[in-house]
Design a binder for this molecule. Sequence first.
Ligand code: AMP
Ligand code: MG
Length: 478
Amino acid sequence: MFSLNPRFAELGLEFFSQVKPTPLTQRPKLVHLNSELLATLGLDHLSEQNLCDLLSSQSIVSDYPALAAVYMGHQFGHAVPRLGDGRALLIAEHEYAGETWELQLKGAGKTPYSRMGDGRAVLRSSIREYLASHAMQHLLVPTTQALALLGSQDEVYREQVETAAVVLRVAPSFIRFGNFEYFAKHGKIGELEQLVKFVCQNYFQDIELSDANYTLVFLERVVQLSAEMIAHWQSLGFVHGVMNTDNMSILGLTLDYGPFAFMDRYNPSQIFNHSDSEGRYIYANQPNIGWWNLYRLAEALAALNVASDQLESVLTKYAEYYNQKYIQLMGAKLGLSSFAAADMSFLDELLQVMQAEKIDWTYFWRRLSYGEVGQQQLNLDYPSLALELWFAKLNARYQSTELTPAMRQQQMLATNPAFILRNHLLQFAIERAQQGNYQEIERLFNALSQPFVELAEFNAYYQVAPKSSAQIVLSCSS
Ligand code: AMP
Ligand code: MG
């Protein structure tokens, strides 16, 4: 079925610990199954029972060692020298149609890296991770994916008693910046080099290890992928919420969905993670934090005898990669065929109006695609003169693009989603699921599969959030 010997295992025991998953025993039940991903992986022959047994660890033979990786991390700016997979276990690697996928159980019990934690994940946070990764996948953002979600009646203790759940996560690799930092920090230079080579050989196969500068080429690849991922986040109003270096994928995938949020009203300073009192991880800071995190990765790579000025000159390319992607995405959202220098201040002008008028991010861009930005069309409390003036300028700007109105609209509708995973809808689905009703998860999942088309049955999902949802703050205790 899968290879129980992932390539990651070949790296050796300095890189992970072998751990037996701890089964969930109290009425484990499949809450949702991502059949589309199951087909992509060529695994549609697996029955729901097979998956239920796999996610609850019932079918994993008792002496089967899964792998928990060791890594470190800069958490909220501070180095934590030893973290690691405290509740995620790599159980297999699967190859299909020329691609490889690691399979991880998140919430499958304690590992040597669990510290004070119980190795579990609660239903609430597992639903969040499951639906968010599906949302991002269909919004065309690089992300880890989720194949199935299992609930149980096993009790876990957070601020209150909750029930345990498991997400089966899938990605080509779950290696993080923190894996590299760990070996540099502990002076394990051979392992650090081994890890860089491992990632190049398996995931960046065009990088020639015979090239004396392969470490720099490797860093540049990570710089580019990370910059592009964050540009995607900004274009969608997505706030990751906990951009510690242990949550940064070396493949530039959105990883570890914790206190994330898709913004409703545009507020670049809104704090969603209640552990983030200083607002380090707000929307406005994400591009800079991406760079800061890459700096930590580059520092780790410096241990490989790479000159720091060379590493730094690679890091300076971050701004270029970021801006290029950001401009491409925002230009498409605006309906432009190319982005001139003057368009940047024009965009900034819009963002200021949106912030001042508290305009809903997703709703605005979708309405703009139809050329509708009036007070009623945007559900504003009062007319916005600033927005009307800006819109007149946009229409003037359209005169100098070569797109026909029809082409423009097509481009805008394909890039400005009608639907994102709004906090209040997600919260509602979680509350229903906690009462044993999974229908709302199914509905959200289906709507998220096609975020760029408006379907009559999901009409209510496309509306702006009620004002009461503006202050949702999320807990890290997941
Ligand atoms: P996060 O910020 O959620 O990505 O987690 C930071 C670190 O804490 C990682 O090493 C996680 O594996 C670990 N961790 C988080 N929650 C738990 C838990 N319930 N049990 C054990 N370890 C955990
Ligand atoms: Mg994490």
